[in-house]
Design a binder for this molecule. Structure first.
Ligand SMILES: [Zn+2]
Ligand SMILES: [Zn+2]
Ligand SMILES: [Zn+2]
Length: 153
């Protein structure tokens, strides 16, 4: 994504988590799987293609399958931050996204921001909102009408 968008990650127990999760399901811990998980934690938000660029000798199809596996294991989660491929991030990184459709800026927001929406959807429709999957598109402060008016002055 971009440099303005940062995640405060802790990455100490990465390999242990992965090993435990995989072994408990009878799956092998491979160097590829370790590299893919490490890439997700290092990059913060990353599409399978972006992850592929940093992991040598693994094709994109394998990256997709590995990410799906990790998501099932609860190690990563994804969101849609644009019209392209989904972006993956570490599962413990709990937040919703606000994306500017003019400049592409991604803002991580506290999931509590959508509390009111969540309770309305639940009360009115019996619907359970998946906050970590939620992306709201709109126009950021820099691209907003106030800024445009200021720039024109
Ligand atoms: Zn999705
Ligand atoms: Zn913007
Ligand atoms: Zn994020």
């Amino acid at each position: 994504m971009d440099a303005r968008h940062t995640h405060p990650h802790t990455s100490s127990s990465t390999t242990d988590d992965l090993a435990t999760q995989l072994r408990s399901r009878g799956m092998r811990v491979t160097a590829q799987r370790e590299q893919v998980l490490a890439a997700v934690r290092r990059l913060g938000h990353a599409t399978p293609d972006q992850i592929c660029e940093t992991v040598s000798g693994v094709d994109v199809a394998t990256i997709y399958r590995t990410l799906e596996l990790f998501e099932q294991l609860g190690l990563v989660r994804h969101a849609h931050l644009g019209h392209g491929a989904p972006s993956y991030r570490p599962a413990e990184d709990e937040h919703s996204h606000v994306v500017c459709h003019q400049c592409g800026r991604v803002i991580n927001v506290d999931p509590a921001v959508v509390d009111a929406l969540e309770s309305r959807l639940h009360d009115d429709f019996g619907f359970t909102l998946d906050r970590s999957h939620l992306t709201v598109f709109g126009t950021c402060r820099q691209c907003g009408p106030e800024q445009k008016a200021a720039a024109a002055r």
